[in-house]
Design a binder for this molecule. Structure first.
Ligand SMILES: *Cc1c(COP(=O)(O)O)cnc(C)c1O
Length: 360
């Protein structure tokens, strides 16, 4: 098989050992004679898989009983609507911080459902930084305060979180959940599509403080109600069973790696190697303010932008795949999620040096 490294922003690379285990178990899960894809979601085998996945996730994040974990569908995009449907309170605006393409989308959907207050935006600076908390024009009281804690397209990441907000903090963590330890008690709700740093597409994880679930109005369509989903242990309808199984394997893999503190150490190491290379020469450059650079999604440019097409082609020929920047911003983007091995980053660095030597 051809040796490649996959730098896709999502769906993205998964740990090789997890894929191998899934392959080994594909036809017969744990002596059941069945594939996980063939199991009833209400049978004891699948219930044990789902329960295990939730327990491992809880333990990785240090989640207390105050929080419910939901395994939903519809991606983070469905949460752009489900969140305001459930958590917007009568007469209270929801505050949103605009830090890039994904927060813009969350804001657009929020506005369809109620009063949205955009408290700060870095759009006039091309989303190269994160507005300082002192400059957020927060409501006196808000239904919630929404941030996109890692902007997958722009490559900016919150490295710490604000306190003393006028409403519970809500974060779209799709592209950096489980990349480092987090103090979950700072959040009212966290959501994430699985296909960046957790598992296959089709699963969306929502972690929600129990008292906030009480806000879900009984008139809401059942599928879109946090309260109904929680009451039914995420099995109001058929959940994405295979994606939950794969996510469970990834959670176990994270445990074996040494947990989130160890994975953070690896992520700091991998991303610093790339940023050091980008900063060390005038040939490449990063458009993002140093204090908010993402450890997961690393967009960069070649000073002579006309060389970027050739860079992407030659990189692909060398087995370094899916490095093209998002269509809305262009350029190059290396996504280095948990599952990207150090050797993949080293291979990319080697290629970048060679390309510069040839064309610089
Ligand atoms: C990918 C992504 C989304 C959209 O996820 P879907 O699962 O495609 O709905 C939303 N927010 C962020 C931060 C993302 O990275």
């Amino acid at each position: 098989m051809r040796k490649i490294y996959n730098f896709s922003a999502g769906p993205a690379v998964l740990p090789r050992s997890v894929l191998e285990q899934a392959q080994e178990e594909l036809l017969d899960w744990s002596g059941s004679g069945m594939s996980v894809t063939e199991m009833s979601h209400r049978g004891k085998e699948f219930l044990s898989i789902a329960e295990d996945a939730e327990l491992t996730l809880r333990s990785l994040l240090g989640l207390t009983k105050d929080y419910e974990v939901l395994f939903l569908q519809g991606g983070a995009t469905a949460q752009f609507s489900m969140l305001p449907m459930n958590l917007m309170l009568d007469g209270l605006p929801a505050d949103y911080v605009c830090t890039g393409q994904w927060s813009k989308k969350a804001i657009k959907e929020g506005k369809k459902l109620g009063s949205v207050n955009v408290v700060a935006s870095s759009e006039s600076r091309n989303f190269a930084d994160i507005p300082h908390i002192d400059d957020w024009d927060l409501s006196a009281e808000s239904s919630y305060v929404h941030i996109t804690s890692n902007e997958t397209i722009g490559g900016v990441e919150f490295h710490n979180y604000p306190d003393d907000l006028p409403g519970p903090l809500v974060a779209d963590m799709s592209s950096h959940i489980l990349s480092k330890p987090i103090d979950c008690s700072k959040f009212g709700l966290i959501y994430a599509g699985a296909q960046k740093n957790i598992g296959p597409a089709g699963l969306t994880i929502v972690i929600v403080r129990r008292d906030l679930i009480e806000r879900s109005a009984v008139e809401l369509p059942s599928m879109f109600s946090y309260a109904v989903q929680a009451e039914n242990q995420s099995m109001f309808n058929t959940p994405p069973t295979y994606a939950i199984y794969m996510a469970g394997l990834v959670f176990k893999w994270l445990e074996q790696q040494g947990g989130l503190a160890e994975i953070e150490r690896q992520n700091i190491n991998k991303s610093s190697m790339l940023y050091d290379q980008i900063d060390s020469t005038a040939f490449y450059h990063s458009p993002i303010d140093k204090s908010v650079r993402s450890r997961m999604n690393i967009p960069f440019r070649i000073h002579d932008e006309s060389l970027e097409g050739l860079f992407l082609k030659d990189a692909g020929d060398s087995g370094l795949l899916q490095l093209k920047g998002h269509r809305s911003v262009g350029g190059i983007r290396a996504s280095v999620y948990n599952a990207m091995p150090l050797e993949g980053v080293e291979a990319l660095l080697g290629f970048m040096r060679q390309f510069e030597q040839k064309h610089g």
